[in-house]
Design a protein around this ligand. Structure first.
Ligand SMILES: [Ca+2]
Length: 312
């Protein structure tokens, strides 16, 4: 039976690839809805970009909702320096004709978790955790009904990408992250430790382009754009494809390895705010609350991605 998911997202080129991967896999993944959140770019753009991607995938029927337009307790920090002014710089995609749904994204998350049988809906957050935390705060009964949360966020050995100590998604809304990590919902975390190993090298980019389809070409153009920034910053062989790791884990968890550990979120220190303090070595007796992924089979991941994108 297909995994039933809600994608919570701030597209973002890598969010876009994650959404495409999910929509390319209807036998395995049933996307109940997509909720946009402010993050890489402001909410109006993430809600627009999410619909552009659904239309690129030929799926204008997917329900897309706008969620929270700012973090719980601090001003929004965005990442146009990485993703470009639109959040989706690279390809030129037409403005969507599919409508934004009328309700609020947080209400959609709450209603879905209350309506569907308990333990059947997986949340896939690909941006700051504001929508998920707001839903959990407003409806404390729903966290226990979540099957699991598979999210991209945090870092331990790779430390930070927006400050020396913090990864972007967690840094943008640390209070929200703290609520989610303390929710007791089963968590699978894709930190920079693993996503920095999912690098779009030249041959991998060429494989997307060689698909020759609108989706394949758009993915090649998006990862081209992304790469300019990352090559300069990290001196690596290509751009890390962060968010698609979440969907790939649902499709084939055997591609990934990690540890069940305790992960807590720093919210107080001005120096390390937004840090995911991960007890990788088991030096505390704090309860294990997350499967924290550390490694992946990168070739297997990119083979899966190209094979699925070819179906669109
Ligand atoms: Ca994202």
């Amino acid at each position: 039976m297909a995994e039933r998911i809600i994608i919570d997202t701030d597209p973002g080129q890598d969010d876009a690839v994650a959404i495409l991967l999910a929509l390319a896999s209807p036998d395995d993944i049933d996307v109940l809805g997509i909720t946009a959140v402010a993050g890489n770019v402001p909410l109006e753009l993430t809600a627009l970009n999410a619909r552009k991607i659904c239309e690129l995938a030929g799926r204008p029927d997917v329900k897309v909702f706008a969620g929270c337009d700012r973090p719980l307790r601090q001003p929004l920090v965005t990442a146009e320096h990485v993703h470009g002014k639109t959040g989706l710089d690279g390809p030129t995609l037409p403005d969507p004709t599919m409508p934004l749904q009328a309700g609020h994204g947080v209400d959609f998350i709450i209603d879905t978790l209350r309506t569907e049988p308990a333990g059947t809906v997986t949340l896939c957050p690909l941006g700051p955790l504001t929508n998920i935390a707001t839903a959990f705060e407003r409806a404390p009964d729903i966290a226990a009904r979540v099957k699991r949360i598979v999210l991209m966020g945090g870092a331990y050995f790779e430390v930070g990408n927006i400050t020396p100590a913090a990864e972007f998604n967690i840094y943008v809304d640390p209070e929200a992250a703290r609520i989610v990590f303390a929710s007791r919902a089963p968590l699978v975390v894709m930190p920079l430790d693993v996503t920095h190993k999912a690098l779009v090298t030249r041959p991998r980019n060429a494989a997307f382009r060689a698909l020759g389809t609108p989706a394949g070409i758009a993915v090649a153009q998006m990862t081209d754009f992304f790469e300019r920034f990352d090559r300069e910053k990290y001196g690596s062989d290509g751009a890390p494809l962060h968010d698609p790791c979440v969907i790939a884990w649902l499709l084939n968890p055997a591609l990934f390895s990690g540890r069940e550990i305790n992960v807590e979120i720093e919210t107080a220190s001005p120096l390390t705010r937004g840090m995911t303090v991960a007890d990788w070595w088991g030096v505390t007796d704090r309860p294990r609350n997350a499967l924290f992924i550390g490694d992946l089979d990168a070739d297997g991941f990119f083979t899966l991605l190209a094979e699925r994108l070819a179906r669109l």
